[in-house]
Write a protein that binds this ligand. Sequence first.
Ligand code: NAP
Length: 301
Amino acid sequence: MTSVAKTLWPLNTPGGHHQIPAIGFGTYTISDRATILKVLDVALGAGYRLIDTAAVYHNEHYIKDALKVLLPKYGLSRKDIFITSKLDPRDHGDEKTVGAAVQRALDNLGTDYLDLFLIHWPGTGRISAKSPDNVKLRNCTWKALMKIHDNGNGPLKNIGVSNYTTKHIKEILADPTNIVPAVNQVEFHPYYQQSAEFHKTCRDAKILLQAYCSMGGSAGKNSLLNDPVVNIIAQKHSTSAAQVLLRWGFQRKYAIIPKSTTPERIRLNIDVDFELDTQDMESINNIKHVEKFAWQPEDVV
Ligand SMILES: NC(=O)c1ccc[n+]([C@@H]2O[C@H](COP(=O)([O-])OP(=O)(O)OC[C@H]3O[C@@H](n4cnc5c(N)ncnc54)[C@H](OP(=O)(O)O)[C@@H]3O)[C@@H](O)[C@H]2O)c1
């Protein structure tokens, strides 16, 4: 069986780095220096090679400082790790605005390139979700990112989107002068499985889906981790509900980015080399309970 820690999913950016680790480490809500150093130490030691951050997580500069210490500790160099960051929703706009935001991410992270840079949100900060200006602004941002990406020659090796619904994705695909986003990072777990149309649109366009909130998010809600179907399957495999949820996302061919500040959980979350059989997968696919843990992009015009 291929180890999840060593699995790379293909990416479809022209001229880009064509692979992304199937599992990465999420850093949302981890915004102090000491905790970032502690969790990245455990994560790199456990085999994570992708770090997921964003301007709005306010931890990019702590990640830079931690990597200065930790890459040599683990005999790694910059090219051995995959760093994703995301555009602050307030920075949608023209090349000047987006270029300055990209430069800030590069400076904060102390690197001259990012493996992946995502539009964090289809809407613009401080503008109503219902405003048609959102359409104009996010399309302007995408054009600016394409220019900065420069067919893989610029400092962004892959560009993509996050929280794009079918409507937002179709908008990008409708313009033949656009390149197709390499990744769409979205909420995806048994309680929020996204629509068949969404899956088909992304699959047909070869957009890799990356799941967040795989274990129910960081707000301390335990409904998903306590789900009876997931827990019966966990017992069957002598594993935990968290590991079943992550393995399910992986077997659905999503990239996954679990977050934890607990060393033992960080190690367990990447230790998911067991197989869910067809019946396990079907049982989880058929969970009917719907619960969304993060923001709702369907509202963004
Ligand atoms: N693009 C977006 O809009 C967006 C939105 C949300 C998240 N994300 C990204 O996706 C990453 C993951 O999402 P998330 O952080 O919201 O949620 P998540 O990974 O589903 O869950 C994190 C929560 O689960 C707990 N946990 C972790 N491992 C566990 C285990 N083995 N057993 C029991 N509980 C466990 C963590 O607690 P402890 O920390 O206390 O261990 C934490 O509270 C984020 O960190 C971020 O990088 C992106």
